[in-house]
Design a protein around this ligand. Structure first.
Ligand code: CAA
Length: 380
């Protein structure tokens, strides 16, 4: 078993680390406060190839493996989880979904712009009444021959306003339940498509989350992804890979909080010595490090499974379940190590603690991951 990274992996990880430190760190507190993410920064992420890392080179993608992607996600998430969720949704949900299941025309028209950052994507599955229970789609797409008419509301959509292209899941044949669901590519400026108000969030506040309304939006038939009725499978398959990206994000939040706590513990003095010399702190760091390493192994295994063409539903769900719990546990402890300073913004750990929570919620709550894991281990 070889746990060593290749030279290329190290290069990609270091490039992401460098980008995060030089470009993302300087304004991260302000972006969190103001709940905004400048377009120029999105453009920089695109120029450096972070928005289409795994997509096919013939459509402008980086053609990289999943290991490279999770390494970059970890580094960027150590500093700014708002940037990394934009990267994650664009890469693992939107670009991967189109690259794997889109037609040649869809790839040329949409994917080639999403991989370069010229345009940004969003993935629209959740609804007011269909979050975890994703089969209960109320948004409808009625077949009108050469087009569909889309009506309904989507909730908690990452990149809700900053996106240009939206992958929208909707019910076409209600009687067929999940087998009657379709996925469509919708453009932002189409008539009847409205962006709802921005959500005021606890964490990942730099990234924009909105509800979306579709009022008789006309979607050409060529914008349906896959065969009629493929939409639910499309969403599930896409989310399976997305969960590896979010697991890597959680790992990054945990590592970022741990590194800050370790550094702080070697500088801050109490009772006549650096606090790292007190066992109460040293043991916390030992637990944090151990939990992070376990999460890293699960994340890498899931990424490796995907790169090897093996099934990654189980390993991805386990990685997300464990890494998101790790992000929560470690970031709370990092605040504790910092004492009063941990509670103020300039030390960064309070933000990481707030950001950690969403990794247990989006792309399937921890409870959903346990459904996926238990069904998988009990099926034979
Ligand atoms: N790959 C392929 N097919 C899959 C699959 C997968 N990973 N998972 C399920 N399916 C298929 C099943 O085989 C089944 O197909 P058949 O009927 O042909 O056998 C079909 O889908 C229905 O599956 P289930 O019976 O298992 O469906 P279920 O109702 O029990 O739900 C679930 C399964 C895992 C709970 C699913 O509903 C789920 O994942 N829910 C969570 C949804 C979610 O993650 N939402 C996140 C929103 S996106 C987001 O957060 C993005 C963002 O902005 C950051």
């Amino acid at each position: 078993m070889d746990f060593k990274l290749t030279e290329e992996h190290i290069m990609i990880r270091d490039a992401a680390r460098d980008f995060a430190k030089t470009e993302l760190l300087p304004g991260v507190i302000e972006r969190d406060e103001k709940q905004e993410f400048p377009k120029e920064l999105v453009k920089k992420m695109g120029d450096l190839g972070f928005l289409g890392m795994m997509a096919s080179p013939e459509y402008g993608g980086g053609g990289m493996d999943t290991i490279s992607y999770v390494l970059a996600m970890e580094e960027i998430s150590k500093i700014d989880a708002s940037a990394s969720v934009m990267i994650s949704v664009n890469n693992s949900l939107v670009c991967w979904g189109l690259d794997t299941f889109g037609t040649e025309e869809q790839k040329k028209k949409y994917l080639s712009k999403l991989t370069t950052g010229e345009k940004l994507g969003a993935f629209c599955l959740s609804e007011p009444e269909a979050g975890s229970d994703a089969t209960s789609q109320r948004t409808t797409a009625i077949d009108k021959g050469d087009h569909y008419i889309l009506n309904g509301t989507k909730n908690w959509i990452t990149n809700g306003n900053s996106a240009d292209f939206y992958l929208v899941i909707a019910q076409t044949h209600k009687e067929k339940k999940h087998k009657g669901i379709n996925a469509f590519i919708v453009e932002k400026d189409w008539e009847g498509f409205e962006i709802g108000p921005k959500e005021q969030k606890l964490g990942i506040r730099g990234s924009d989350t909105h509800s979306l309304n579709f009022n008789d939006v006309k979607v050409p038939k060529e914008n349906r992804i896959g065969e009629d009725g493929f939409g639910f499978k499309f969403a599930m398959k896409t989310l399976s890979g997305g969960r590896i990206g979010i697991a890597a994000q959680a790992l990054g939040i945990a590592s970022g909080a741990y590194e800050l706590a370790k550094t702080y513990s070697k500088q801050r003095k109490a009772f006549g010595t650096e606090i790292s010399n007190h066992q109460a702190i040293a043991f916390k760091l030992a637990d944090m490090h151990t939990q992070i390493e376990a999460a890293r192994h699960l994340v890498m295994k899931a990424a490796w499974d995907k790169d090897q063409g093996q099934n990654y539903d189980l390993s991805g769900a386990m990685a997300k379940l464990h890494a998101s719990q790790t992000a929560m546990d470690v970031s709370i402890e990092a605040v504790q190590v910092h004492g009063g300073n941990g509670y103020v913004k300039e030390y960064h750990v309070e933000r990481l603690m707030r950001d950690a929570k969403i990794t247990q919620i989006y792309e399937g709550t921890s409870e959903i991951q346990k459904i996926v894991i238990s069904r998988s281990i009990l099926k034979d």
